[in-house]
Design a protein around this ligand. Structure first.
Ligand SMILES: Nc1ncnc2c1ncn2[C@@H]1O[C@H](COP(=O)(O)OP(=O)(O)OP(=O)(O)O)[C@@H](O)[C@H]1O
Ligand SMILES: [Mg+2]
Length: 178
């Protein structure tokens, strides 16, 4: 137990101010490199002023996994929108697709390791388990609304809540120049 507590603490000691807009853009650029996947329109509407204290690479994995899942579930040429809102202490991120939606019977199991509805060889079922633990490391939480389009019974929206970091003059000079 002591070891566990120490390693959690060590993880957070390495946290730095991370701009969520940037991390999301990098994930989108990576996903666009894979030309074999169906074309979808990733729309990054995250407010560039929203920062968290964290690990940019790990947070990038969150976006990659959620956007990859969203694309798998979406029809070609549809849009996947990433948006945000914040209070003085918290940031909320929304990842919303116009895809198949998720069967109510599956929702409870989604974050369990190895839960997948994909064909063998198509998915390991580890993506959302990893997302869950990264968000936990960052002292946030994640929830799902699906189908989020109640009229057409389709679409999924993931919502992530994270503690907000407000950069000061000393820790993010780039922001002052804007
Ligand atoms: N946006 C979404 N729309 C519909 N279903 C989804 C969505 N996101 C996740 N799912 C469902 O959740 C399951 C688990 O997702 P998860 O990312 O953990 O594993 P996976 O995508 O199947 O495999 P991988 O390990 O390659 O990510 C998926 O198989 C899919 O059924
Ligand atoms: Mg996945």
């Amino acid at each position: 137990m002591m070891n566990f507590a120490r390693s959690e603490h060590q993880i957070r000691e390495q946290f730095v101010p991370v701009q969520l807009f940037d991390v999301c853009n990098e994930a989108i650029n990576l996903l666009r490199l894979n030309q074999q996947q169906k074309p979808v329109d990733f729309i990054n509407q995250i407010d560039p002023h929203f920062f968290v204290l964290g690990d940019a690479q790990r947070l990038g994995q969150v976006f990659i996994n959620l956007l990859d899942n969203a694309r798998d579930a979406s029809p070609a040429e549809s849009s996947i929108r990433i948006s945000s809102r914040a209070s003085s202490t918290e940031v909320w991120l929304y990842i919303e697709d116009q895809g198949t939606g998720i069967d109510a019977a599956f929702i409870e199991q989604l974050f369990e390791p190895f839960f997948t509805t994909k064909d063998p060889g198509q998915g390991t079922g580890l993506g959302l388990a990893m997302v869950f633990s990264i968000i936990e490391e960052h002292q946030g939480d994640i929830s799902i609304d699906s189908p989020c389009d109640k009229v057409n019974q389709r679409g999924t929206r993931f919502c992530i809540r994270l503690p907000r970091h407000t950069p000061t003059k000393t820790n993010v000079p780039a922001l002052i120049e804007q």
